[in-house]
Design a protein. Structure first.
Length: 518
């Protein structure tokens, strides 16, 4: 961790520097003082280059005092931890420090033991946050994982890793697990952490678009007692329904196997039976075979759709789902069957594989969020009816496009998919694809990316918002990814564009690369 010290008294700087040296010796840590300045104004000027993780600042200084500095840092660099140090102990000073979003308030002369305890907490929190970011990147990245693995090893040292892939179906709760992590199960992390040594780490990671999450634990070797304790706490946290696939005591280089473990988990669990399964020593030869869709089924579907026998098609679905339930068809096999079934229907209706990748994602979401085979059957039948069963349009295609464009324009900061738009406007994905092509001569991804980047360009020209905030307001949670996409379209980074176009009116950015993701 990098440290900045801000005070107009050199003796105070020397004292903090010595405390940090002592801390490094006691905890075998590597805190580094990267900047020492005598005023808050100088600190603000040096912050972008120094990039400290912790700022120790006196509360009273000549131009910009510690409280004003803390507020500025919170606004522009919210991940930097500010510790206010005061030679004037009072409740009012402490209250003002915390109102300014300081993480702690300590008094001069600084007590070494309290200082070490505070810094240790900040360092562990810092490692926890960086570790979670690294695991999330590792999960999303399918190649070039070695740099991330090295960063995890450098950050956490010789700890072993245990993974628990969780599929949860809570009663009367939103299906998307992000809301779960932010609400009752935040306490789960605290409870799990208390079961391990202080230098251990526990993370709960949203696996996106389903009722699944990854519980990751970095600790000295996971014992059988630790494992049973984890199981017990998970059952308490998820009393309604829980499936868990687990693998313990992995080395850092084995973290790249997370995706394979996720697939294996789906091959081993059925739709509606709670279970704990160890994710090891399984091959496809060990797994049961399930009824798959063949040429006979495809001919049957073509015939029913060709003769507009939608009620009989629903009955065909019921028979297939009943068979799959009887066999105990796994989640992985259900996803494969529904993707194939959807592909057959698309070819029957459109004669081509239009939007199959989007439909595949929807099938995965339907399967992973369904509490039973019957519920999945009902949801799938409703989806097929909405997508492909003929109905009379209540508005013209152009009117629909205008409404959708207006909606996107006012919701650029929100994640948006074709499936979500279809749900909102009551139209099919294939219909959406066709009207985007007809009225914008672009795909949905190209159209939305262009809208977002034009809005970003407007904000860069006309406001002083930080780049991170501009990115978030235009739908990019990752500022670095936003900068990459912006440069690929405009030929300039957002900062360069802002400098070149500040105060200029409408100035559309060029589109040099249509393949960038939204």
């Amino acid at each position: 961790m990098k440290v900045m010290i801000v005070d107009d008294e050199p003796i105070f700087m020397m004292g903090i520097r010595k405390l940090i040296t002592d801390y490094n010796s006691v905890y075998r840590s590597s805190l580094e003082v990267v900047s020492e300045v005598y005023d808050g104004k100088d600190a603000l000027e040096q912050l972008p280059a120094a990039q400290p993780d912790i700022v120790f600042t006196d509360i009273r200084m000549a131009t910009v005092d510690g409280l004003a500095l803390a507020k500025q840092i919170q606004e522009h660099w919210p991940r930097v931890n500010v510790v206010i140090v005061s030679g004037y102990p009072s409740f009012e000073n402490a209250r003002e420090a915390f109102k300014a979003n300081a993480v702690d308030f300590i008094q001069k002369p600084v007590n070494p033991e309290l200082f070490h305890e505070m810094v240790r907490k900040l360092e562990l929190r810092h490692k926890h946050d960086l570790g979670k970011q690294a695991l999330e990147q590792l999960w999303l990245r399918n190649s070039d994982q070695d740099p991330i693995l090295r960063s995890i090893e450098d950050l956490l040292g010789p700890l072993s890793f245990s993974f628990f892939l969780l599929r949860v179906l809570p009663l009367n709760a939103p299906s998307h697990v992000g809301s779960l992590i932010d609400n009752p199960f935040r306490q789960l992390i605290v409870d799990m952490q208390s079961a391990f040594e202080p230098d251990s780490f526990v993370w709960l990671i949203d696996l996106q678009d389903s009722n699944e999450m990854l519980l990751a634990i970095a600790s000295p070797r996971m014992s059988e007692g630790n494992l049973q304790d984890v199981f017990s706490r998970l059952r308490i946290a998820f009393p309604s329904f829980l499936q868990a696939g687990y693998r313990c005591n992995l080395a850092v280089d084995q973290l790249k196997d997370m995706k394979q473990l996720h697939t294996l988990f789906h091959k081993l669990v059925t739709l509606n039976k709670p279970s704990f399964v160890r994710l090891s020593n399984h091959s496809d030869q060990d797994l049961p075979a399930y009824a798959q869709l063949g040429s006979v089924h495809e001919s049957k579907i073509r015939n029913l759709i060709g003769h507009h026998k939608w009620d009989e098609l629903d009955k065909f679905f019921e028979r297939m789902f009943s068979l799959w339930e009887h066999e105990g068809c796994s989640i992985h096999a259900l996803e494969r069957n529904l993707k194939k079934l959807t592909g057959i229907i698309v070819k029957c209706v459109h004669g081509e594989d239009e939007s199959l990748s989007e439909y595949a994602k929807i099938m995965e979401r339907l399967v992973r969020t369904s509490p039973s085979y019957r519920a999945l059957n009902e949801q799938f039948a409703v989806f097929v009816s909405r997508e492909w069963k003929p109905s009379e349009a209540s508005v013209t295609r152009e009117e629909a496009f205008v409404k959708i464009r207006a909606y996107l324009s006012s919701h650029l900061n929100e994640p948006t998919t074709l499936g979500a738009l279809g749900d909102l406007f009551g139209v099919s994905i294939s219909y959406l694809c066709s009207i985007f092509k007809e009225f914008s001569n672009a795909t949905f991804v190209e159209f939305l990316t262009e809208m977002r980047l034009q809005k970003a360009a407007e904000l860069l020209r006309t406001t002083s918002l930080p780049l991170k905030e501009v990115a978030e307001l235009t739908g990019y949670a990752d500022q670095r990814y936003f900068s990459k996409v912006f440069k690929s379209h405009s030929g300039m980074t957002p900062s360069e564009f802002k400098s070149a176009n500040r105060g200029i009116g409408s100035h559309p950015i060029s589109n040099n690369n249509d393949s960038d993701q939204i």
